[in-house]
Design a protein around this ligand. Structure first.
Ligand SMILES: Nc1ncnc2c1ncn2[C@@H]1O[C@H](COP(=O)(O)OP(=O)(O)OP(=O)(O)O)[C@@H](O)[C@H]1O
Ligand SMILES: [Mg+2]
Length: 220
């Protein structure tokens, strides 16, 4: 489903090279749920950005759903991402001038999915937000924003969900409720999940947990 081959990634900071991955190899099967843990600064968000094609590696390749990123130009990667990947960002990244319903509808519109509005309403209902459809992000609580972000990541039925500390900013009770909903929806759709988390409890919901250490993923 996902194959990472000999991936090398470094950032250039001034005249210094910050090496993140020198030779990363990794595989995830279809419908597998994988948790990635690791110290702050170990490269977890960088890895998700590489998998989503938002940033490019120095060398190596990523193959998602039988498609090699090497074979795609930038606009092809953008289209590929829009139809295959759902991203739940650590700090939500909702569009501030769109209400909850419009935020959730966005990926469906990009993908020309029919009945986008009905689907968005259904998803928002399933995350307990049918009474908040016309609220702007600034008029929602942190937990509500995160639930909107999860609904948005799922509306186009992506093959894979990438989630970067999706319960990071939530109180324990809300965090558990949001995770319950995320796992319920991805199980129902056989979606592959790659979840970055600092929480052992959240990681335990996944079939496999890896720790990112010195640019390598070690199975826990
Ligand atoms: N654009 C950039 N330019 C230079 N260095 C960067 C850039 N982005 C990230 N880094 C560095 O790369 C390292 C890995 O960053 P990354 O955001 O992937 O870590 P992380 O594991 O997600 O950390 P956290 O748990 O704090 O979110 C960090 O040391 C960071 O300072
Ligand atoms: Mg991070």
């Amino acid at each position: 489903m996902l194959e990472i081959k000999s991936l090398k990634k470094s950032y250039t900071q001034g005249n210094q090279e910050v090496k993140i991955f020198e030779d990363l190899n990794f595989q995830v099967k279809e419908a597998q749920r994988v948790a990635i843990m690791g110290k702050s600064g170990s490269g977890k968000s960088t890895l998700l950005s590489l998998i989503s094609g938002i940033i490019k590696p120095n060398s190596g390749d990523i193959i998602l759903n039988n498609t090699s990123y090497k074979t795609m130009n930038e606009s092809e990667i953008n289209d590929f991402r829009a139809s295959n990947i759902g991203f739940v960002f650590q700090n939500f990244h909702l569009v501030s001038y769109l209400n909850a319903l419009e935020n959730v509808m966005l990926p469906a519109k990009v993908n020309n999915i029919e009945n986008a509005k009905e689907k968005a309403i259904e998803l928002l209902k399933s995350v307990g937000l049918s009474h908040r459809l016309d609220h702007l992000p600034s008029q929602l609580s942190g937990g509500e924003r995160q639930r909107v972000a999860i609904a948005r990541a799922l509306i186009h039925n992506p093959k894979v969900i990438l989630a970067d500390e999706p319960s990071g900013n939530l109180d324990e009770e809300t965090g558990i409720a949001v995770m319950d909903k995320l796992f319920e929806l991805i199980k129902a759709n056989n979606t592959t999940l790659i979840l970055v988390t600092h929480s052992k409890e959240v990681a335990a919901r996944c079939e496999d947990t890896y720790e990112l250490v010195s640019g390598n993923l070690k199975k826990c």
